[in-house]
Write a protein that binds this ligand. Structure first.
Ligand SMILES: *Cc1c(COP(=O)(O)O)cnc(C)c1O
Length: 377
């Protein structure tokens, strides 16, 4: 084969893996189980008719940025918009990370923070969360002091563990970080607090948000960042010209007319989440609390977890826990339910993550899970 080698620093890397399997119940990527309102679809179809397809879209996405700014009571100059919040994060890393610079994350957390940082050529340093997945100020201070990162990521609520970061910890991180701090708030609508009040032109903190989860618009690939004016100007330097197509701009503008629909959907998901949590707590599982639309859990290695009739073997720790997690994941899949397998991730041995779905999807999940973790005899 006439392959040409990619960059040396990408040799050991593979792409981002989240299998998209075709199953009846998909609870693996934290999307909303709720369709956008029919009025949204109708308005959008009408707006599509007005797009001038032979012309480039508004490069500055002024109307969309104004609508987002109005939602958060900031100025459009404080809003950067991109193709999903992943592209927002990539833009931040292109502007402030890159070769010779260091990016800090606190694990376990959203995998794409480190992944995109490496692709942008940055060196990644990982701090560690406590056993209960909270984050200590001492650990943050250690990482910031030892490594002087130019970009520090926090994720609140944290994916995949579920809890929002302590607001005091976010504030102290922003106050002491040598570079920029990005608070990834993909699940903000579920959180008791936001870092948005910390954003101003004198600070170095920015908040990223997405339309992919609560807004029921994962298909549109739209995300944004609220940050200081100077940061928005820097991000405009690295963004490709006309990166945000006209269709997406109008989809975002239209979605923002249905805030109350979105908020009702969040309330429904929270009610379902609490139902799932209380059911799951009756099973032989470790279940972590959640302030988001997903739940992290680990089948107990002594609970008789099985799949396909095979009895679980081995002790409670390490590889055995990972193996049981994997087997429960497979059992769920065999029963038509896809969840996220985190069992081989650093710090998450044996753990799975389930997205809160519709009531019917959640019922199917609970039935499949109960059979996966119940002892046979
Ligand atoms: C889902 C998710 C995103 C969303 O990314 P998009 O590119 O906007 O779909 C970003 N950050 C976290 C932590 C997420 O879980």
């Amino acid at each position: 084969m006439n392959r040409y080698p990619k960059r040396d620093d990408l040799r050991a890397m593979s792409g981002y893996h989240s299998p998209q399997v075709s199953v009846p119940v998909r609870l693996n990527t934290n999307e909303s189980p709720i369709e956008p309102p029919t009025e949204f679809v109708r308005d959008l179809a009408a707006a599509v008719g007005d797009i001038r397809w032979n012309r480039y879209p508004d490069r500055a996405a002024r109307e969309l940025r104004s609508a987002i700014a109005a939602l958060h009571q900031v100025r459009p100059e404080n809003v950067f918009v991109a193709n999903g919040s992943n592209e927002v994060l990539q833009s931040v890393l292109l502007a402030y990370g890159g070769a010779g610079r260091t990016v800090a994350t606190f694990e376990p957390t959203y995998q794409l923070h480190s992944h995109i940082a490496r692709i942008a050529g940055s060196t990644v340093v990982n701090g560690n969360r406590n056993g209960d997945f909270t984050l200590s100020e001492d650990e943050v201070r250690r990482v910031l002091t030892d490594h002087q990162p130019s970009v520090t990521f926090l994720c609140s609520p944290n994916n995949p563990t579920g809890l929002a970061e302590d607001p005091a910890l976010i504030a102290s991180t922003v106050a002491t970080a040598p570079g920029v701090v990005v608070v990834d708030e993909a699940y903000a609508q579920f959180s008791p607090h936001s870092a948005l009040p910390l954003v101003n032109d004198e600070s170095r903190v920015a908040v990223s948000r997405t339309f992919s989860k609560t807004w029921s618009m994962a298909a549109a690939r739209l995300g944004y960042l609220i940050g200081p004016t100077w940061m928005i100007e820097d991000l405009d330097v690295v963004a490709l010209p006309y990166h945000l197509d006209a269709l997406k701009q109008v989809a975002g503008i239209t979605a923002l007319r249905y805030v109350s629909h979105m908020e009702r959907g969040v309330a429904d998901v929270v009610a379902e989440r609490e139902r799932l949590l209380s059911e799951m707590r009756t099973m032989p599982l470790t279940v972590w609390p959640s302030q988001a639309n997903f739940i992290l859990f680990r089948p107990d290695s002594t609970g008789g977890a099985r799949s396909g009739g095979a009895r679980s073997g081995g002790g409670p720790a390490g590889g055995a826990a990972g193996e049981i997690g994997r087997r429960v994941w497979q059992h769920l899949l065999d029963n038509g339910v896809l969840v996220r397998d985190c069992s081989s991730w650093e710090g998450l041995a044996g753990c799975l993550r389930v997205t809160v779905g519709s009531a019917g999807e959640n019922d199917a999940f609970l039935v499949a899970l109960r059979s996966a973790v119940s002892a046979r005899d």
